[in-house]
Structure formats: C-alpha cells, structure tokens
Design a binder for this molecule. Structure first.
Ligand code: ATP
Ligand code: MN
Length: 281
C-alpha cells in the first residue's frame, strides 16, 4: 500500500529501522511529522548534516553532508565551493525522513549569515566512571558560571551519554571570537572545578571527569538538533528539557514515544531566540 505524508510518497513504509523496538520507517516519518513544528525553529535555514541508516540502525549508517543527487528536492547553498543543504519547511523535514534521515545535525549559524554564529553549544561528555549525580552536578556548575556572566542557557538531553547546554546569542561577529569565548568558558569550568571537569581531548586525562566539549563552536562543526532521533538502540531523542527537570530526566531516557507525550505539555525553549544576548558589546 502506498503511503503519502504531506504529498510525499513514503517508500518501504514497513521497513524496520529500530529492530529491538520494531519501529518502522513509517513510524519515523510520522514522528517527524508530529515534531516538525517544534523542531523547525532550530533546524530552519541552518546547514544540515544528516545521519542516514538505510538498513536500520544495526546496519551501517552514514553522515551525509552534501546533497549529491538530491539537488531537485532540497535547498542548497555553496560554501567555499562545496554544496550543502538545508531545511526551510516542515515538508523538507518529511522529505529528509523519506530519504532515510534519522538524525538531523546543524551548524551554529544560519545560512544568510554563515559567518555569524548564534547558537553556542557546550556538550558535556562524562567519562565512563562518572555517575549521573556527578554529571548533573557538573551541568549545574556550567549553568552557574554562565549565570554569573548574565548569560541565559538552555538544556537538552543528548539522547546518548550526556547533556547539551545551549547559549543563544545575537549573531556574533565571527567564528573565531565565538569559539574563543566558548573555549574560555570551558577553561573556567576546568579551573574552578579541576576534579570534575577537563578540556583535554586526550582520553587518559578524562578518567573520572566530564569533558567540556566546546569544539562544536567552530565553522563546519555540527550538533544534533533538538527533537532529532538518535540512531541508537531505544530510539532516543535529543529533547529540550527545563532546568528543573535535569534531576528527573536521564540523558537517554527520552525516546520516540515519551517525546511524543512530552512535547504537547512543555516547551522549555520557548524564549530561546528572545534573549538578545550578545558577545559583541
Ligand atoms: P553523547 O551524549 O553520547 O556524547 P552526542 O550527540 O553529544 O551524544 P555524538 O553523537 O558522539 O555525541 O556526536 C559527536 C559530534 O560529531 C556531533 O557534534 C555530531 O554532529 C558530529 N558527528 C557525528 N557523526 C559525524 C560524522 N560521521 N562526521 C562528522 N561529524 C559527525
Ligand atoms: Mn556528547
């Protein structure tokens, strides 16, 4: 039977994408149809890198950065001679899901001002021997440092091991100062709480610590978009959560089903684009 969503024909709707949960391609497309309006503000007009797993999550997945053959149905932009793609509408999200995209990753700037980042990410990655309580303590300490600088920050689960803290800015003057600032925040975390945080990318320095990954704040780097599914067992979702819920929600407990239940009851990022925070003053 042919299935159409938003006028897009969904091929292989019954194909199993998450074998353990028996989630099909149609389930994935329907999930994105439901969350599209919530997701669009964070996805729209940003360079997209898509993770696709045509044979489901147990098969090989690939990170698609360039539109190649798809140019007819996607919006494209040339950056330094290379073609990238981006989402403009809810229908574009459905089209991506039809093409097999499971994870949506985006740049920290918008395509009209590609050199002026506005979405700063701190990705807190706990080493394997860091427990949840310690991770949460770390997340709150990063928030405290940002609070002390009068910077409003927002939280989401990664759908994996950690949490992502987002600091929205008015368009920053360039990537260099944007990254520099995020590096300084990470260094400050490490300096104030040296037993808890590290900024070292060397694995052996990270034992027992939380790696404050600020490296997503450079041109060309990406972070998984809010409301995106993850191509991992359990069909987890990277979901915006309120600061009050940090202690109630683990990094990977929100999945496709729970996300669908939660989205209508809360929107913890409602004012994220209204903070008017600036690095340029
Ligand atoms: P966790 O909480 O488990 O650390 P995460 O989302 O923070 O989850 P990863 O899923 O490991 O971390 O993502 C690593 C980063 O690398 C993300 O910023 C993502 O956008 C990027 N990324 C993922 N796959 C690729 C790839 N194949 N090529 C380039 N960058 C990638
Ligand atoms: Mn991470």
């Amino acid at each position: 039977m042919e299935v159409k969503i938003d006028g897009i024909t969904i091929t292989n709707p019954d194909k199993i994408i998450y074998p353990k949960e028996k989630i099909t391609k149609l389930d994935v497309v329907k999930y994105y149809k439901t969350v599209a309006k919530y997701m669009l503000p964070y996805l729209k007009n940003r360079v997209l890198c898509a993770i696709r797993c045509h044979g489901g999550i147990n098969e090989e997945c690939f990170f698609k950065k360039h539109p190649t053959t798809e140019t007819e149905n996607v919006n494209t932009i040339k950056i330094n001679g290379e073609e990238y793609f981006y989402i403009k509408t809810e229908k574009d999200i459905i089209y991506q899901a039809q093409m097999g995209t499971l994870e949506f990753h985006t740049w920290g700037s918008k395509i009209k001002s590609i050199n002026n980042p506005d979405f700063m990410i701190f990705d807190l990655d706990p080493a394997t021997n860091v427990n949840l309580q310690k991770l949460r303590q770390g997340v709150l300490l990063v928030k405290e440092i940002l609070d002390n600088l009068n910077l409003k920050s927002y939280l989401k689960t990664s759908g994996g091991k950690g949490y992502h803290i987002v600091v929205p800015f008015a368009k920053c003057k360039n990537w260099q100062s944007f990254k520099h600032f995020s590096h300084n925040i990470a260094l400050l975390c490490e300096k104030l709480h040296p037993t808890l945080f590290t900024t070292s990318i060397r694995k052996k320095d990270r034992t027992g610590k939380i790696f404050v990954d600020y490296l997503r704040n450079e041109k060309g780097s990406t972070c998984v978009c809010a409301y995106s599914l993850r191509a991992r067992i359990g069909a987890p979702v990277s979901l915006p959560i309120s600061w009050q819920n940090l202690n109630k929600i683990t990094p990977n407990e929100i999945n496709m089903q729970t996300a669908l239940k939660l989205i209508n009851t809360q929107n913890p990022w409602k004012n994220i684009y209204e903070t008017n925070q600036s690095l340029n003053k």
